[in-house]
Ligand binder design. Structure first.
Ligand SMILES: [Zn+2]
Ligand SMILES: [Zn+2]
Length: 503
């Protein structure tokens, strides 16, 4: 199934396709997007029109004619992807509890498209489970783009005791997605590992032989917990018995809120959509007594198939042992690292404290302080970075301590985890800027050359955002010079990748 995108104007776009197999082999479809979409649409198409074979063919001819004559009059072009004139679209994958879409992300497109005024890059917000596991989110991401019924896989659904099939998306947001029509991806926070999981599932053949890892032309991550974060233990996950959650903790409270929202979800607006379809948790599926049982001990929040467990060091180690996170030779990778802490003047051995200016974000400030003083030795099983590598530094009394990268953080994620999946020695990476002094091998000139001519199959870990917290770049748009610069640089880099892909 392939669709053709036709731009009708700056604010609308029509996707036309034929023989949509998941609906009916004789069904044609029209799929209308408005740009920017209304806030209630959460990135979904604003209209889906399905037609029979003959009516669909006739309507396609009329719209194609309308579009081409309009293109001639307005100087617009038919979208043909990387081989043509329109830049490859950017898919945005939001983080934990993030399902807001454009109304929170704001006016970033003006800066993203600073160098692309005549043909702006299309951005696609996808709605995936805001508290779901990486596996479930990746499956929902795939079908959100291509359309059809979400299939979590037989083995996964049996292991984790939920239905194999989720919701029927209908028509996806980019039905033409394929190795020759790839997409850029940007993930904030857990959106980053979600994209890596998607690429890994594609590689494993989870979505069938037509899917190929090079359908993801670039991965762009901001403050992503690729290798886990100690924040999840501070918020309630048991350090010695994950995925169990301490009953009197923030995490337990969030888990209860998730169940109450899921129970009421048929009555709630889409922004509260928790994608719990495959778990049958609404008042239509379960009794109040069953809800109370879930509030006492959650089968979802306290399972290995939910976001909290997936951001533990244990889960990250398990993924890495399976080879997840290996770079694909044809994909371009970059990460953006944020840090809101500084090394304490009184402690020369790596202790960090958050900068006082972040006290205006009290939750992040307090969490950051706790991340800085976290006791890694309580973790069971011990994380691989404690057992498999030599400690970064030694102190005079013979003890050893870990490097700054395990303490410096953005209020949610330590910086070593924001770099990329896998340890530096087990992947291909280039670090720029003062990320960790022993890793900086590259100069200003190298950095600028990489920006102009990006290289595939290697992580480009960008200059660290100093004095920046987990929310400074994304998702809340406040129009700061840091945010404007980020989007402009991202726009330029994506354009350079577009060119590298074509050549
Ligand atoms: Zn699942
Ligand atoms: Zn590295």
């Amino acid at each position: 199934m392939r669709g053709t995108t036709i731009k009708l104007g700056l604010r609308s776009r029509l996707v036309i396709g034929g023989r949509y197999p998941r609906l009916n082999k004789h069904t044609s479809y029209f799929h209308l997007h408005l740009f920017p979409p209304p806030p209630w649409s959460a990135g979904q198409p604003q209209a889906n029109i399905y037609l029979g074979r003959r009516a669909g063919r006739l309507a396609s001819i009329i719209v194609s004619h309308y579009s081409s004559s309009r293109a001639r009059h307005c100087g617009m072009t038919r979208s043909t992807g990387p081989e043509g004139l329109e830049p490859m679209p950017l898919v945005i994958v939001q983080g934990f509890l993030g399902n807001t879409g454009r109304w929170l992300w704001g006016d970033f497109e003006r800066h993203l498209n600073r160098d692309l005024k005549s043909t702006p890059r299309r951005t696609i917000f996808v709605s995936v489970g805001p508290v779901s596991s990486l596996h479930d989110r990746a499956c929902e991401l795939y079908y959100s783009l291509l359309g059809g019924t979400v299939d979590y896989g037989e083995e996964h659904s049996t292991t984790h005791k939920h239905a194999r099939y989720g919701r029927n998306i209908g028509l996806g947001q980019y039905p033409e997605w394929s190795p020759s029509r790839p997409l850029h991806f940007l993930g904030h926070s857990i959106g980053g590992p979600t994209i890596i999981k998607l690429q890994s599932l594609i590689k494993q053949g989870h979505f069938g032989p037509s899917a190929h890892p090079k359908m993801i032309v670039s991965v762009n991550a901001v403050s992503a917990p690729f290798r886990g974060t100690q924040a999840v233990y501070i918020l309630g996950e048991r350090p010695d018995a994950a995925p169990a959650v301490n009953p009197l903790s923030v995490g337990a409270l969030v888990g209860k809120g998730v169940h109450i929202l899921s129970f009421l979800s048929p009555l709630l607006p889409r922004v509260f959509d928790l994608h719990g379809d495959c778990r049958s948790l609404t008042y239509r599926d379960i009794s109040v007594l069953s809800l109370l049982k879930q509030l006492w001990k959650s089968d979802w929040a306290e399972s290995r198939d939910a976001t909290p467990f997936d951001v533990t060091f244990q889960a990250a180690d398990e993924r890495e042992l399976m080879g997840e996170g290996d770079v694909e030779p044809e994909t371009f990778y970059q990460s953006h690292v944020a840090r809101m802490t500084q090394r304490s003047r009184s402690d020369q051995f790596g202790a960090h404290t958050p900068s006082l200016r972040h006290i205006m974000s009290p939750f992040l400030y307090i969490l950051s302080r706790l991340l800085c003083t976290f006791d890694y030795s309580n973790l069971q099983p011990p994380p691989s970075f404690l057992t498999q590598r030599a400690p970064a530094r030694s102190v005079p009394d013979g003890d050893s301590i870990m490097g700054d990268e395990y303490w410096a953080n953005d209020g949610v994620v330590p910086i070593f985890s924001q770099w990329h999946p896998l340890p530096c020695g087990r992947t291909r990476c280039r670090h720029f800027g003062p990320v960790a002094p022993e890793l900086v091998e590259y100069t200003d000139n190298d950095y600028h050359r990489d920006r102009v001519t990006p290289r595939p199959g290697i992580w480009c870990v960008n200059w660290q955002e100093e004095d920046a917290n987990h929310m400074s770049l994304l998702p809340l748009w406040t129009g700061t010079s840091r945010q404007r610069r980020f989007w402009e640089q991202l726009g330029r880099w994506l354009l350079a990748v577009d060119k590298a892909f074509v050549h």
